[in-house]
Design a binder for this molecule. Structure first.
Ligand code: ATP
Length: 363
């Protein structure tokens, strides 16, 4: 049963539409990712769910209540992108202060805070928050979101800008919270984290949801797995100029957008490799094993042989760049088919990818 339901949620700032009619539901115990490039509308969406900003249109129901309703606030934990912390306080005094605001009895609060900080592996709890590292401060902010033992947690970029160790800790912790039955909605740039922890995601761009589903479903809707069959004879493939046929790129990825010649018959329909007389090698891109078999038969009829077969699965990042790079007119909110190839406006998506690359580079 859905614990969080959003219907046609919308936020306008004057003439500008920050969130343009989002509809989704999150099941109890799910980790649900809201993904998108800078300015996509993620924070605005999460703040509306947390009752911090008023929607211009549409509805949201969180744990049976309208956002902003005090009854909902008791069941919700919100981690803002930038958590304002009281720098003069220690972690313990700060968290006890917030537990008081939620009327959590002192002894319950102490146990809860101790457990959260223990699980988050927060050291130096008596240090002034202002003197803590960024990662430690983030952990304190997460513990704050848990102080009222909420059913629903909304985390805005929980691990953004943190070192890999702290990031992994937070991602693992998020998974554990969901295993305990808490529902978590979180926004992220870093698609690796999304892929490792989210049950389902929506990808937003320019205020709209442009893809939705499990990572697998989104992959399938945007190309899915392809097979690259390398052979010494042409069966309707592309000539491979000087590329080794074995382990062509070694990474098993990178095929998104490269398989436009799959025509559903299993055999590629692209460049027929008219210069086959050179005795070169040919790559045939097909969608399934039947296609692989069809290529093998055709190649053998030509007197050639298959030298290598590679499976290519588009990474979430490649799909993200594809769907987040689409112009507004080409968007498909239902994510039921490959996106339009016309992808001129990739600046935002590239920013996001850069952010991710930078994060990966620190690993
Ligand atoms: N108070 C505001 N007034 C006017 N425009 C706003 C306001 N708040 C947000 N916006 C705009 O709404 C759009 C969506 O912003 P939002 O913060 O939700 O994006 P985001 O996806 O969270 O981006 P980021 O990853 O950079 O945090 C942006 O273009 C932003 O400039």
């Amino acid at each position: 049963m859905a614990i969080l339901e959003v219907d046609s949620l919308r936020k306008e700032y004057g003439d500008f539409t920050a969130v343009d009619g989002s509809t989704f539901a999150v099941e109890r115990g799910e980790v649900f990712g809201v993904v998108g490039p800078n300015g996509a509308g993620k924070t605005t969406t999460l703040k509306m769910l947390a009752g911090l900003i008023e929607p211009t249109g549409g509805t949201a129901v969180v744990a049976g209540h309208t956002p902003g309703d005090p009854a909902m606030q008791r069941r919700l934990g919100f981690l803002p992108e930038e958590s304002p912390l009281y720098e003069e306080m220690t972690a313990n005094s700060y968290l006890e202060f917030f537990a008081d605001l939620y009327d959590v009895p002192r002894d319950v609060a102490r146990d809860r805070i101790e457990r959260s900080l223990e699980r988050l592996d927060l050291e130096h709890r008596d240090r002034r928050i202002g003197n803590m590292s960024k990662g430690m401060q983030r952990k304190v902010a997460i513990a704050r979101a848990l102080v009222n033992d909420p059913d629903v947690l909304i985390f805005d970029e929980p691990a953004s800008g943190l070192d890999p160790l702290t990031t992994n800790y937070i991602i693992e912790f998020t998974r554990e919270l969901s295993d305990e039955g808490k529902t978590i909605v979180f926004s992220a740039h870093n698609l690796f984290h999304v892929e490792s922890v989210c049950d389902r995601i929506v990808i937003m761009n320019d205020g709209r949801i442009v893809a939705r589903g499990t990572v697998e479903e989104i992959r399938d809707a945007h190309g899915g797995t392809e097979y690259h069959v390398y052979a010494t004879a042409d069966a309707g493939g592309d000539p491979v100029a000087g590329e080794p046929t074995v382990d062509a790129d070694g990474d098993g990825a990178g095929a998104a957008g490269d398989g436009a010649d799959v025509d559903g018959t299993g055999v590629a329909t692209g460049d027929a490799g008219a210069d086959a007389s050179g005795g070169g090698e040919f790559r045939h891109v097909v969608a399934d094993m039947d296609g692989v078999e069809a290529v093998r038969e055709a190649v053998e009829r030509e007197g050639g042989r298959v030298t290598d077969i590679q499976t290519k699965t588009p990474s979430l990042e490649e799909i993200f760049l594809e769907v987040a790079g689409e112009p507004a007119a080409a968007r498909d909110d239902s994510a039921t088919g490959p996106a339009d190839e016309n992808a001129e406006d990739t600046e935002n998506a590239e920013d996001a990818a850069d952010t991710e690359n930078a994060a990966e580079a620190r690993t």
